[in-house]
Write a protein that binds this ligand. Structure first.
Ligand SMILES: [Zn+2]
Length: 249
């Protein structure tokens, strides 16, 4: 039975991921989520059923529009695959539990925010507003620790990134995002999430500069790394923290 649930949750993630792509790429541009229906941004041809199968459509058409041959952004494929695999990861880690549900909501927020931040260098307020009541409720129903630990996590997350935003490194979107993520992962996981985000962001930024994709001092989005650090801290925070302290003892 477990294998069927695992497959189902992965497929659910792939399908939702394809919707999250639409949300992340349309909302910041001020476009409606439902109209016009999905279309090729180059030739405007409306996409039909066979163009809308997550992952498969992209692979079968080799990442090109079937009508005009223009390249489809690999971001679409990335968003779908990431949602599917992270949904599966949350199920394998937490099973069908309250924390598993919180995990799926967290993955959804992480994917939408990351896609929007990669594409537009901003974190849409509407997305944060939509996810705030969901994550407030998920933590109240299925807390990972004491409620004060979640409240402290939210406060710390917001304050740490606010200090960085005031010195110019990050935007207010990052502040609100990490307050929400900090609430969800709680204290002390929020500290681990932040350190992981700095580590991942530095590796990615260094890689991009070395490969010549971005110039030194050109800003790179930080939202995806805050989200990735929080996903790791949410899933394996207590193991990583106790493992670390047993190493240095
Ligand atoms: Zn086209």
């Amino acid at each position: 039975m477990t294998i069927f649930i695992a497959i189902y949750i992965t497929l659910l993630g792939l399908v939702l991921g394809s919707f999250y792509n639409v949300v992340a790429l349309r909302l910041p541009a001020g476009e409606s989520l439902i109209s016009p229906p999905s279309h090729c941004p180059s030739c405007g041809t409306r996409l039909k059923g066979r163009d809308l199968i997550p992952v498969l459509s992209y692979l079968l058409s080799r990442g090109k529009c079937r009508h005009c041959g223009s390249r489809v952004s690999p971001l679409y494929l990335l968003g779908e695959l990431a949602t599917g695999l992270l949904f599966l990861g949350m199920y394998l880690r937490f099973g069908l539990s309250g924390q598993g549900i919180t995990g799926l909501v967290l993955v959804s927020l992480a994917v939408i925010v990351s896609m929007a931040d990669f594409k537009y260098m901003l974190i849409p307020n509407k997305v944060l507003l939509a996810f705030t009541p969901l994550l407030l409720a998920a933590v109240l129903l299925f807390p990972q620790g004491m409620l004060w630990e979640h409240a402290l996590g939210g406060a710390l997350g917001g304050i740490v990134v606010l200090l960085l935003a005031l010195t110019g490194g990050m935007g207010m979107g990052d502040v609100k995002l990490f307050a929400l993520l900090g609430w969800t992962v709680g204290f002390p996981n929020v500290i681990l999430a932040f350190l992981l985000a700095c580590l991942l962001g530095t590796i990615a930024g260094g890689g991009l500069i070395l490969s010549g994709k971005v110039k030194r001092k050109q800003p790179i989005p930080f939202g995806p790394w805050l989200a990735a650090g929080s996903l790791i801290a949410f899933s394996y925070g207590s193991q990583l923290i106790s493992g670390y302290f047993s190493l240095i003892r």
